[in-house]
Design a protein around this ligand. Sequence first.
Ligand code: SF4
Ligand code: SF4
Length: 502
Amino acid sequence: MTDGLGSFPGGLVLDGQKKRSTLTAIRKTPLSKKLILPLQQHIGEPSTPLVAVGDYVLKGQKIAKANGHVSACLHAPSSGTIVAIDDQPVPHPSGLSAPCVTIETDGEDRWIERQPIHDFTALTEHEVRQRLRDAGIVGLGGAGFPSYIKLNPGVHHHVDTLIINGAECEPYITCDDMIMRERAEGILDGVEIMRYALRVKHCVIAIEDNKPEAISAMEMALKQRPHIEDTIVTVIPTRYPTGSEKQLIQVVTNKQVPSHGLPIDIGIVCHNVGTTYAIGRAISHGEPLISRIVTVTGKDVKHAGNFETLFGTPMDELLAFCETQREPGQPFILGGPMMGYNLSGDHLPVTKTANCIIVGVDEPAPDIKPLPCIRCGECATACPVSLLPQQLYWHSRAKDLDKTREYNLFDCIECGCCSYVCPSKIPLVHYFRFAKTETMNQQQERAKSDVARIRHENRLARLELEKHEKELRHQQRKAALAASQANKENAEPSQSDSQEKK
Ligand code: SF4
Ligand code: SF4
């Protein structure tokens, strides 16, 4: 089934460590007494609260609206009372706090009135996208990009292929595998809706060959829907980072997304399987995005598995539910071991992008200090984007940001392959993330000072114009005065006239 597939350079075959969390079915995490909901759980602008402290909210009620085009709505994951709108610690490597809405749940879990759509073809494509925007759907594969935007190709693009990403290439993470095994029907609901919204001809559900149960579940479900034309399950080789969007496209279609380009530029749109399922729930069941499946795994987790968890649930409660041996403050990994990051907070909430929590990796990286680069070139061989990580490292270290851009820093997908193979154990990705942040900060500063300069120049021009107009008015008044003076003098009667009148 892999005949005719494409490939990408580099990449790694890693020990999957996935069995531990796939031995039991998806379970529900108990309802927490407090749900802490960051206003930013997605790429783009934070959402704007629609509630105040003291308000009572129902499960599924919109509590924050999207703020601008690239943003997402937020909904109450359960019924209860808003007890705070303030800064709370959020799951971010910076360890900083951010604005959150906190709900004290009442245990009743009472829904708002849901409005399922039984025939989505009765909606226009625009209405479908609008409903998904209202439902707060974002990419659940890790990025958190608002999904409705990716379902709007615009007038200048034609979408030829929709790819459903079931690769899940990173070790330890199994939430996509389990959702495909158990909720294949729901995923196909989402596929049909997306095909309709995009008016796309072909659809490929791409799954790595280390997930045989998921492959057969999706194939079986597809057989039950013969009306879905031109949609296939494609089995792809297990190799990290096949699940990254551009690499997956290269494997499935043998086409390359141009550097600085988007998949839509070559007529392709890609969505994760979890997102696809959420899209089906939003339209067919009228349910906004209020929960996700989180893999909890690692050697210190007694009951590893996948857990359907309401957003805002404190991670320590989820870990306690799995009987995890973890001391307060002990670090854990959010995401996978390659692209995830270490956190140590105890009450951090589960968010839309929290796909996996690992407590105790099986082979922790030895705690050795990085050694000097020996210029072996291993990092370049492993890079799936054909970058030169060694050169990027030197320039990032020297803070020569122009040079890092010349070496296509922004094509780096932060997969960590280079760091993984580096014999000197140099944390290369950390340097690249730092250089990217610095570059973006610089660009923002530049943009701000450009705006300030333009404002200043506009003000000077306006003052100059006002001065000129004032001068002109003054001249006109002067001329008018002189003219009326002259008129007066001309109009003054002569002596003879006066005598005549007399
Ligand atoms: S793998 Fe490490 S040591 Fe080898 S060239 Fe790259 S950065 Fe240098
Ligand atoms: S982290 Fe970036 S530079 Fe390193 S291998 Fe991945 S894409 Fe290449």
